[in-house]
Design a protein around this ligand. Sequence first.
Ligand SMILES: Cc1cc2nc3c(=O)[nH]c(=O)nc-3n(C[C@H](O)[C@H](O)[C@H](O)COP(=O)(O)OP(=O)(O)OC[C@H]3O[C@@H](n4cnc5c(N)ncnc54)[C@H](O)[C@@H]3O)c2cc1C
Length: 317
Amino acid sequence: MKVTDHINKANGKTLFSFEIIPPKKGNSIQQLYNNIDPLMEFNPPFIDVTTSREEYLYIEKDGLLDRKITRMRPGTVGICAAIKHKYDVDTVPHVLCGGFTKEETEYLLVDCHYLGINNVMALRGDAMKHQQYFEACDGGHQFAKGLVEQIQNLNKGQYLHDVAEGHDKADFCIGVAGYPEKHLEAPSLKTDLKRLKQKVDAGADYVVTQMFFDNQKYFQFVEAAKAEGINVPIIPGIKPLAVKRHLQLLPQVFKIDLPETLIEAVEGCKDNKAVRQVGVEWAIQQSKELQQAGVPVLHYYSMGKSDNVKAIASQLF
Ligand SMILES: Cc1cc2nc3c(=O)[nH]c(=O)nc-3n(C[C@H](O)[C@H](O)[C@H](O)COP(=O)(O)OP(=O)(O)OC[C@H]3O[C@@H](n4cnc5c(N)ncnc54)[C@H](O)[C@@H]3O)c2cc1C
């Protein structure tokens, strides 16, 4: 079922969902299951699985450095299929512009279509570690909007280069990213919203937000998005803060602000166990307020560990 159908069927009730990260290459999928199992009692209608960008590896060989390319967390579509099969739940693979040609994207989407996976998150991806700015690969999309258009073309039975024998149509429900505190490269929130509107006009069915720790940022964003003519569901993304280092890391990587009360509470913790508890309590307060405001879904960034998301969900669902 599509994410938007789940939302419509819920009839105003807030749903629970979460995002997981594929295990690092060489690890068993069992560790993912161990983290999903405790969350299934909260009936997530869908689970997102991220995609990580390729990385360069430099391997010394005969005194020279040999550059190899690798994906440290492969398997997104396979994991989606495995989870769907094991738990009978819908899955949402994240599809990236970065590192993929349009042809590779088409093959991936055809795999999803044949597997009965009919939700995808269309994302640009970040720059590679050595790059200052994002660069599309030859024949890849520069912005997520292009990816949304390609997916919508497949929904109309239009394949690349018009060489397909038939016109079997996919039926993807498409999610895109939104940024209550603006995307780090955008010159202003207003400009970023205009670009979000372009993604929706290109066929995105819903938006999932970047993490935020102050609900007012989300409420203002939803209002501003409506004023811009964006009328699709905007799902808040919630990350429970987990370690002291997040105080520096999250603002640096995601260009988001942390509220003073949260900073003070974390700084007052004597170890990361206490920080994890502060993170859980903060996320519970955030979630309760968002639920009361009638958000369609509370979507948690689990970062591969489910104990804190379980502690939060057990207070709400
Ligand atoms: C819910 C969520 C899930 C995510 N999952 C993943 C994941 O699985 N893997 C991963 O690698 N990353 C993931 N990301 C991170 C995401 O890839 C980065 O934030 C990336 O930098 C931007 O992606 P986007 O899809 O928002 O890009 P876009 O919508 O393409 O926007 C990127 C930037 O370009 C600007 N822009 C858009 N259109 C134009 C235009 N026509 N001209 C000029 N500028 C333009 C936008 O304002 C923005 O600043 C996720 C982010 C979110 C919020």
